[in-house]
Design a protein around this ligand. Structure first.
Ligand code: ADP
Length: 492
C-alpha cells in the first residue's frame, strides 16, 4: 500500500486516482501527525509526502519516520510545488527522502518511479525472506553443531569411565579419540594394541569392516605395554549412523580372559566328568556280562556273589559321583540343604571309619583323640566331609597304607586332622585345593577325580561355622584339617 500525505484533499484525490488506475492500493493522510500514526499502524511500501503542510511539514515527518526502526526503510518521495530550490531538495534528501519530485509532475514518470519502488520493495521483501531463512538455517546448523559437540563430549566422558579400552573413529576409520586405558596397551593413539599372533592383526579386519560398514567382532590376545602376559579380549566396533550415513565408529576391547578360562574349564570338566562316569559303568557292564555267563554256565554261587559285590561297588561309586555333581549345582543355586541336630561326633567318626575300612580293606585308619563331644550339625553332611578327607588320603597314598585321624577339642571347638604319608602337595597348589574344579597339576594325570570333593567339603564346613586348611610337603604326605564349634547338649 502507498500512503499519500497532503493537506489538500484535491491533490490527494488526483494522485490517488492515478495510482489506483495503475492497480496500486492507496491510503491517505491529511496531516503529518495523521501520517505518523498511520505508518506505525499499517505497512506501506512507499510514502508520497507533500513538503508544504501546516503543522508538521514534510521534512519533519520524514525525519520522524526515518527515526523509528519499523518505518526507517519505507521509501519517501517528496512532492513540492514551492520548494524547488536546490537547498530544499538537498534538505529533503537529508531528512530521509529517496526522491524529490517537483510539481507539476508528469504522472507517467511518477508511476514509473512508483513502480520501480514497488519492484524494489518486492525484491527487498524477497531478499529479506531469503536472509531470514538463511539466518534460521545458520542458527539451526550452529545449534546442531553445538549439540553434536556436546554429544561427543558426553560420549567421550562415558568412554573414559568404563573399564574397557575404548575408542572412536571417523567414518573412514581414522581414530579420533582413545580413552586412558588405550595407552596401557598401545604405543600411540593411531596404533591398535599389539596382538599376540600375526594372523590376528586388527588392521586388515578393521579396514574390511570400514569398507563394508559392518559391525566388527574379534577375539584376540593383547598384552599391556612392556608386559609379556597376554589376555583374551573381545574387540567390538559398531558404526554410528545418522540418516543412514555412518558418522563415526565406536569400539571397545573387553577383557574376556576369565570367561575364556571358565569356558575351557567347563569343557575340561565335562570331558573329565564323562570319563569318571563312564569308568564305573564299563565295569558294571562287564560284571553283568560275567554274571550272565555265570548264570548260564550254572557256575558256583561264590563267583556270582563276587561279581554282584563288585557291581555294587561300582554302582556306589557312580551314585557318589552323581551326588557330588548334584551338590555342586545345589551350592551354586544356594539350595544345599542342612538338617541340623545334636549328635555325638565320636559315634559318627567310628561309623565312618568302619565304612572306609570295608571299602578299602588294604588300608588301616588309626584314630586318636577326644572326639567324644556333642556337635550341633548335619551328621550326614559332616560324614561326607570325613569320607572325602579319608578317601583322598587313601587315593593319594598309593605306597603307604596307614592313615591317621586325630581329634582335639579345645576352646569350644573340635579340630579333626586326617594325616597321610602319600604324594603330598606342592606349596603353590595348596591355596587353591578347596576351589571348585581345582586339581593339583601333577596328580591330575595319575589319579582319577573331578576336583569338586574338597569344594563341597569347604561349603559344608563353612555352613557349620567351621574352618579348614591343609599342611603338606610334596612327596612326604599331607594333613587336612577342619574345625567346628562344639557344645554341651545340656547347656544349649
Ligand atoms: P579330586 O580328588 O576328585 O581331584 P578333591 O576336591 O577331593 O578332588 O581334591 C582336589 C585336589 O586336591 C586333588 O585333585 C588333589 O590334587 C589334591 N588332594 C586332595 N587330597 C589330597 C591328599 N590327601 N594328598 C595329595 N593331594 C590331595
Amino acid at each position: 500500500m502507498i500512503l499519500i500525505v497532503d493537506d489538500k484533499r484535491e491533490n490527494i484525490l488526483s494522485l490517488k486516482k492515478i495510482l489506483e488506475i495503475n492497480d496500486f492500493k492507496v491510503d491517505t493522510a491529511l496531516s503529518g501527525e495523521e501520517a505518523l500514526k498511520k505508518v506505525l499502524k499499517n505497512n506501506y511500501f512507499l510514502i508520497i509526502l507533500d513538503v508544504q503542510m501546516p503543522g508538521m511539514d514534510g521534512f519533519e515527518v520524514a525525519e520522524a519516520i526515518s527515526g523509528t526502526s519499523k518505518t526507517r526503510d519505507i521509501p519517501i518521495i517528496f512532492l513540492s510545488a514551492v520548494n524547488t530550490e536546490k537547498r530544499f531538495i538537498t534538505k529533503g534528501y537529508a531528512s530521509g527522502a529517496i526522491d524529490y519530485v517537483t510539481k507539476p509532475f508528469d504522472p507517467d514518470i511518477l508511476i514509473l518511479k512508483v513502480r520501480t519502488f514497488y519492484t524494489l520493495n518486492q525484491q527487498t521483501q524477497a531478499l529479506n525472506k531469503i536472509q531470514q531463512s538463511l539466518r534460521e538455517e545458520i542458527n539451526i546448523r550452529t545449534k546442531t553443531q553445538l549439540e553434536l559437540k556436546e554429544k561427543n563430549n558426553e560420549l567421550q566422558s562415558i568412554l573414559e569411565t568404563i573399564p574397557q579400552i575404548a575408542f572412536t573413529a571417523k567414518p573412514d576409520g581414522t581414530i579420533e579419540f582413545v580413552n586412558a586405558h588405550w595407552y596401557e596397551y598401545a604405543v600411540s593413539a593411531n596404533d591398535f594394541p599389539m596382538v599376540k599372533s600375526e594372523e590376528e592383526s586388527i588392521a586388515g579386519k578393521w579396514k574390511k569392516a570400514i569398507a563394508n560398514g559392518e559391525n566388527l567382532e574379534l577375539e584376540l590376545c593383547i598384552s599391556k605395554r612392556g608386559s609379556e602376559v597376554y589376555r583374551w579380549h573381545l574387540l567390538r566396533a559398531i558404526p554410528v549412523k545418522e540418516n543412514e550415513n555412518i558418522v563415526k565408529w565406536v569400539g571397545t576391547f573387553t577383557d574376556i580372559e576369565e570367561q575364556k578360562r571358565a569356558l575351557y574349564k567347563k569343557d575340561e570338566f565335562i570331558s573329565m566328568a564323562s570319563h569318571e562316569l563312564k569308568t564305573p559303568l564299563t565295569s558294571i557292564k562287564a560284571y553283568i556280562h560275567l554274571l550272565n555267563a555265570a548264570i548260564q554256565n550254572e557256575q558256583k554261587s561264590d563267583e556270582m556273589k563276587l561279581f554282584v559285590e563288585r557291581t555294587q561297588k561300582q554302582v556306589d561309586k557312580l551314585y557318589n559321583l552323581i551326588t557330588d555333581l548334584l551338590d555342586i549345582s545345589r551350592i551354586e543355586s544356594g539350595k544345599l540343604k542342612f538338617n541340623k541336630k545334636w549328635f555325638n561326633f565320636k559315634t559318627l567318626l567310628q561309623n565312618t571309619v568302619e565304612t572306609i575300612n570295608q571299602t578299602y580293606p588294604a588300608y588301616t585308619i588309626h584314630v586318636a583323640g577326644d572326639g567324644d563331644v556333642e556337635v550341633f550339625g548335619d551328621d550326614s553332611r559332616l560324614e561326607q566331609v570325613l569320607i572325602n578327607y579319608l578317601s583322598n588320603a587313601i587315593k593319594y597314598s598309593p605306597d603307604c597304607k596307614d592313615v591317621y585321624v586325630t581329634t582335639t577339642a579345645s576352646d569350644g571347638r573340635l579340630q579333626v586332622a586326617v594325616k597321610d604319608y602319600g604324594i603330598g602337595i606342592p606349596q603353590e597348589s595348596q591355596k587353591k585345593l578347596f576351589d571348585k574344579f581345582y586339581r593339583a597339576e601333577d596328580t591330575s594325570n595319575r589319579f582319577q577325580g573331578l576336583g569338586i570333593g574338597l569344594y563341597i567339603c569347604s561349603e559344608i564346613i563353612s555352613r557349620h561355622n567351621g574352618t579348614f586348611n591343609v599342611e603338606s610337603d610334596a612327596g612326604k604326605g599331607s594333613t587336612f584339617y577342619f574345625t567346628i564349634p562344639i557344645g554341651n547338649k545340656n547347656n544349649n
